[in-house]
Design a protein. Structure first.
Length: 281
């Protein structure tokens, strides 16, 4: 006797899988591939660099022309503020991000030195204000104004600040009331000083050489009595020398170093800015 055919019994809880058509399978593969985009090999998401950070300015485009930046032109952006250098003069600004694609810039303080490339500095200051669009790349940042002008930058590794001691500092400007004025042409490059590891100071006031002993406490340096040569110094060079002599003898000076730039400021707001000599110098 032939037994009737019986349908196989499926255990409870076991799902039945239906065959997937070729077109549906291809769609599934594409979906999984797209879902994998934006992740690195370690499983983390890959994102474009944040506009916050240190950027070296490469060029400006405005009014149908391209202006190439001086080597020292840079921009450091944090969450709420920015600071940088137009190429010679320093500046600060308040920044407010509108998502990842726009930022509004409100200019703050700036130094007012007469510089070699004032054409670039003036254009940079004019562009870096108001609402700007953000275009980011792996190691690039471009800010674009409403009229299509751009500030092109590239990421730069943070360089260590020059040390206060063992560095030859050349005085570039005198500060008064938050405004820095570059040294007269007759005195430019002539005033400099070095603080040795034992805090012995030596240098030139622009005309006479001098020496002193310094005391460093936290972020302040105090110069002891100055000993100097006694040449008669007249005109702008003599005026710079008298100003520096008075500054060095005014008591504790607040020290601020950023990259290769030094600022010494007295309690009354007077001070100086100086630049670290390069290895070639």
């Amino acid at each position: 006797m032939v037994e009737p055919l019986r349908r196989p019994v499926r255990p409870r809880g076991m799902r039945t899988f239906r065959p997937v058509h070729t077109s549906a399978g291809l769609a599934l593969v594409l979906a999984l591939a797209l879902a994998g985009c934006g992740r690195d090999e370690d499983g983390g998401s890959t994102t474009l660099p944040d506009p916050m950070g240190s950027w070296a300015v490469e060029s400006l485009t405005t009014g149908g022309r391209t202006l190439h930046a001086p080597e020292s032109a840079r921009l450091d952006i944090s969450r709420n503020q920015a600071k940088g250098n137009y190429g010679c003069n320093g500046f600060t600004a308040v920044v407010a991000f509108a998502g990842p694609s726009a930022v509004t810039v409100t200019p703050g303080a700036t130094t007012t030195m007469a510089c070699a490339d004032m054409d670039f500095e003036t254009a940079f200051a004019k562009l870096f204000r108001g609402r700007m669009a953000i275009d980011r790349g792996p190691d690039r940042l471009t800010l674009k104004t409403a009229d299509g002008s751009t500030i092109a930058m590239t990421s730069t590794p943070a360089a260590p600040d020059a040390p206060l001691t063992t560095t030859q500092w050349t005085v570039e400007s005198l500060v008064s009331g938050g405004t820095a004025a570059s040294l007269p042409a007759e005195a430019a490059g002539k005033a400099w000083f070095t603080i040795a590891p034992d805090f012995a100071v030596s240098g030139s006031l622009g005309c006479n050489r001098f020496s002193a002993k310094a005391t460093v406490e936290g972020s302040a340096v105090t110069f002891g009595p100055l000993t100097s040569t006694r040449m008669a110094c007249e005109g702008p060079v003599g005026e710079v020398e008298r100003t520096l002599t008075e500054l060095f003898g005014s008591g504790p000076l607040t020290v601020k170093i950023q990259d290769r730039a030094l600022t010494l400021t007295a309690p009354d707001g007077k001070g100086l800015t100086a630049k670290a000599a390069s290895a070639a110098e």
